[in-house]
Design a protein around this ligand. Structure first.
Ligand code: SD4
Length: 335
């Protein structure tokens, strides 16, 4: 999939002269040129198609919230994407359980976790935000709410996903072993990457974000990753910027990753440096674990400057604005 795309390496355009008044959290600071607004960015190469859908909203002067919802619905519907939405790989018991969250410029947020039988969890998350006094609904309650809101209830396990799961069952030990998914399948491979995290700034300068996934393939039933957790898989502060993550969610949750990235930007770091610092925090806390897993962060600040950083090579992100709707950028990484 990646070979079809021509990656564009972002240059670290010299050292920034910004001096941090707080602690010196990053040794080398990088600078990302400000982009034209509106803008939408998202994780992985399928982010290009998702961004284009979001762009239809943004170019007409629409709201970033509407753009990110429309954008991430594209991979949610994609029958070739086995890590997001309706064609996602199931858990160890053969259930497709989906996680998603959304956040707007006012700090409103909504989330669903381990929802089953509903193809567009991001839209359910938006309705949790807009129509309930809650932030998060999980499992059967989330499905019940979705059905009450008029969503179609349908079995999501596709024949292809079922085949992959049955294949996995041949060798998998049916017992909870830490990170067994990663021992069986290298981090960032086709089983375990491709969560979409999307961040947009509209023409009014307002920021929103969305994140949606089927989580780690063949996870324990009931496992929830970082993607639906506000502050872990996604965080937006309209004064500062937004961040989202992809990869092994447990490590992102432990470090409240996306919130951390936004707070680092608040204290003056560029988006790339903030992502790098969050990645380094994960590595520092669990160096042995981190060597063998993938986590990537993607961030944008209020000016439209963007950046990303990952533990392992192979992370990419898509950028779309008036100048270019097709940009795919190779994320920098520690290893
Ligand atoms: C999770 N973060 O459920 C998600 C999975 C993912 O790239 O992003 N994979 O932990």
């Amino acid at each position: 999939m990646y070979n079809r795309r021509k990656f564009i390496q972002v240059s670290a355009a010299g050292a920034s002269l910004v001096a941090l008044s707080k602690s010196a959290v990053a040794k080398t600071l990088t600078f990302t040129p400000a982009s034209t607004l509106p803008i939408v960015i998202s994780t992985w190469d399928f982010g290009i198609a998702a961004n284009k859908e979001a762009w239809k909203v943004l170019e007409k002067g629409g709201r970033a919230l509407d753009a990110v919802e429309a954008g991430v619905r594209v991979p949610e519907a994609d029958m070739n994407n086995h890590t997001v939405g309706r064609a996602g790989y199931p858990d160890r018991d053969g259930h497709v359980t989906l996680d998603a969250c959304i956040m707007d410029e006012f700090g409103n947020c909504g989330s669903v976790a381990a929802i089953e039988d509903i193809a567009h969890p991001i839209s359910v998350a938006r309705l949790v935000m807009e129509k309930t006094p809650h932030v998060m609904l999980v499992g059967d309650g989330a499905t019940q709410f979705a059905v009450e809101q008029g969503f179609k209830r349908e079995k999501l396990l596709t024949p292809e996903s079922e085949k992959a799961w049955k294949e996995w069952l041949k060798t998998a030990k049916y017992s909870p072993v830490i990170n067994i998914e990663n021992k069986q399948h290298a981090p960032g491979n086709q089983y375990n990457h491709d969560t979409i995290g999307m961040l947009a700034i509209d023409a009014k300068g307002n920021i929103s974000g969305a994140c949606t996934t089927s989580g780690m393939a063949f996870k324990l039933h009931g496992r929830v990753g970082d993607s639906p957790i506000i502050g872990a898989g996604l965080y937006v502060d309209n004064e500062v910027g937004g961040a989202t993550s992809t990869g092994v969610g447990e490590e992102v949750i432990r470090n409240v990753g996306s919130f951390l990235v936004v707070e680092l930007m608040r204290h003056g770091l560029s988006p790339e440096d903030a992502c790098k610092e969050a990645v380094n925090r994960i590595i520092k806390k669990k160096p042995e674990t981190a060597k063998n897993i993938q986590v990537g962060f993607l961030a944008i600040n209020k000016k439209g400057e963007y950046g990303a950083y990952a533990i392992q090579e192979g992370f990419s992100f898509a950028v779309c604005n008036a100048d270019n709707q097709d940009l795919l950028i190779k994320g920098k990484s520690v290893y």
